[in-house]
Design a binder for this molecule. Sequence first.
Ligand code: PLP
Length: 437
Amino acid sequence: MTPADHTGDTSTGAKLLTAARDVIPGGVNSATRLVGAPYVLTEAAGAYVTDADGRRYLDYHAAFGAILLGHNAPEVDDAVRRAVGGIDLVGWGVTEPEIELARLVVETIPSAEQMISAMSGSEAVAQAVRLARAVTDRPLILKFQGGFHGWQDAVARNVISTPERAYGRDPLSRGILDDAIESTVIAEFNDLDSVRELYERYPERIAAVILEPIPHNVGALVPETEFLQGLRTITAEQGSLLIFDEVITGFRHALGGYQQICGIRPDLTTFGKAMGNGYPIAGLAGPRALMERFSSAGGDVLLAGTFNGNAVSSAAGIATITYLRDHPDFYERTHALGDRMRTGLGAIVSELGIPAVPAGFGGVFALYFTEGPIRGYRDLLRDNDEAYVAFHRRMTDRGFLMLPLALKRNHISAAHTEEDVDRTLEAAREVLRSVRD
Ligand code: PLP
């Protein structure tokens, strides 16, 4: 990642960033936060964030999608405040909030009979992968090009998906053992033949197929129904597990996740991000027969984690899911706003004659700078990254914060309004004209 360039900038934000670089490698705690010459953010409320120099941004970045109800949503913050000062962290037995959170997940997620709590999506995925290997007694994990499932070794192959790096060894993979890299095999999204080919090449070796049911880490590839159904059939026939990584789609697109929308039941599901509206909470859910392989139920798969199920995270998870359960109109609203954004962007690029297509699902939207149709990752290799970078930079300058990475996505929360979307489209029209010219 390239360090943010604020050369000659005397703003408070630039000074703080320089101070950060002294004590934090690169100045940030997660490498992709560095992209797009970030400033230092000091306040967040509703749909807005404010930087150290008082600039306000309408926030579609939403902490990579961890914010779903808006920043500092009162329902969640109040629940967290109530949790602080109660029973904080125990290392013995269980607390009531942990039971309540698991109960809510089991009630809302179609394929869930039991759930374990984790602190991040990466941890939940690591547990899912280990469980799949234990259950099947096989080593390999099949993932899809462009899919991202966290920083853990087992899924860290091909996380950088720029055209020149596609399909090769990931340049950010130093420190990961060759065995771990080679234990992940890569197929093409929406292409069942590429999956079958890997099963032929590695008979009885693939423990699980893991996928983002909508790969939002490359914007939004829309899964073809036959593709998801095919994965369900093939994994069942081949004795592998099907893992839906719903760390982004979970709770965001429907209360029951994308599995509720597509009607396909994975064996295991991982959640995180929006589940706690900005507080660290994640989970792995599945049927009792699989979940009871964990050592907590007398099984042989190690389950441990000092902070698992802590009071603040559990309270945030309960409050977020309860809000979503009690406000089904949330989905109608955010889906309608997402449609408005995509339709508006589509009209602008066609009016301006720019080869670009809006993409997304529900409240998630992206803009690909290439001609459609976009079916799989290969189609995205044509994307004009430079055009996106210019678009992002100029939108940020105008106070609209989007994800700085081409091929990523943006998020509409409960705090965004129709007026926000219309203002964004107005700005996008001017910015896109300037990018074209
Ligand atoms: N799975 C998906 C689909 C993700 O997008 C991410 C993070 O972006 C993860 C897993 C990892 O989650 P975390 O960053 O909380 O470890």
